[in-house]
Design a protein around this ligand. Structure first.
Ligand SMILES: Cc1cc2nc3c(=O)[nH]c(=O)nc-3n(C[C@H](O)[C@H](O)[C@H](O)COP(=O)(O)O)c2cc1C
Length: 192
């Protein structure tokens, strides 16, 4: 993750990681609204669907051999490079069973490997960036503490700033566009 810019010339780079198991869902629609309305001037954006870049099952090799992990390859390499190139990492993640979708959780499990790839300095490169969440959920009760806590505590662990979560309500794709509270919050979400 690139350092946060200190001068006006260095643009912020937002990586949107869409973890939904459907294309064009509520989380994505809400995230796109928020990006259009509130990204800082000049910010760059990259959108990746985790389903388009499936990761292998995570293997815990911490106590095997020398505890180092091999150089990531394939989809894992692509996601790693996009991650460390970003100043801002946005989980576009619907609420599944109160928590993160499997694809997002698997991606985070791979951070445990990336932290141990010799010479990568993953944590140092992530430190100083900002982690955000955009989440659609069907229940009107905002019972999303496990998802929010996972993202917030992960940011804290790695040394990233916590940007917060933008919540939107909806079941069928497009429902979120009728959630007035979400639409108002999206207008300034990334600017706050
Ligand atoms: C596997 C699965 C689990 C879900 N779990 C919850 C849940 O715990 N709480 C909730 O409010 N909605 C839950 N939902 C509903 C979705 O969060 C909701 O439909 C949301 O709009 C999906 O976002 P998307 O369109 O971005 O994929 C679940 C949906 C699925 C498919």
């Amino acid at each position: 993750m690139a350092d946060q810019p200190s001068g006006a010339e260095a643009p912020r780079r937002f990586l949107f990681l869409d973890a939904s198991a459907r294309v064009g869902g509520n989380s994505e629609q809400l995230a796109r609204l928020a990006a259009e309305a509130s990204l800082p001037p000049g910010a760059e954006q990259q959108w990746l669907r985790l389903a388009d870049h499936p990761l292998p099952p995570f293997q815990d090799l911490r106590h095997t051999g020398d505890g180092g992990y091999p150089e990531p390859a394939g989809h894992e390499r692509l996601l790693l490079e996009a991650t460390i190139a970003a100043t801002d990492l946005v989980f576009v993640a619907p609420l599944y069973w109160y928590s993160l979708p499997t694809a997002a959780k698997l991606y985070l499990d791979h951070w445990s490997a990336w932290l141990r790839v010799p010479g990568l300095d993953f944590q140092a490169r992530m430190r100083g960036g900002t982690l955000w969440g955009v989440t659609a959920l069907a229940g009107g009760d905002d019972k999303a503490e496990p998802l929010i806590g996972t993202l917030r505590l992960t940011a804290e662990y790695i040394g990233m700033r916590w940007g917060g979560v933008l919540l939107g309500n909806g079941t069928r794709p497009g429902d979120v566009l009728r959630d007035e509270r979400a639409l108002v919050a999206a207008k300034s979400f990334f600017a706050d």
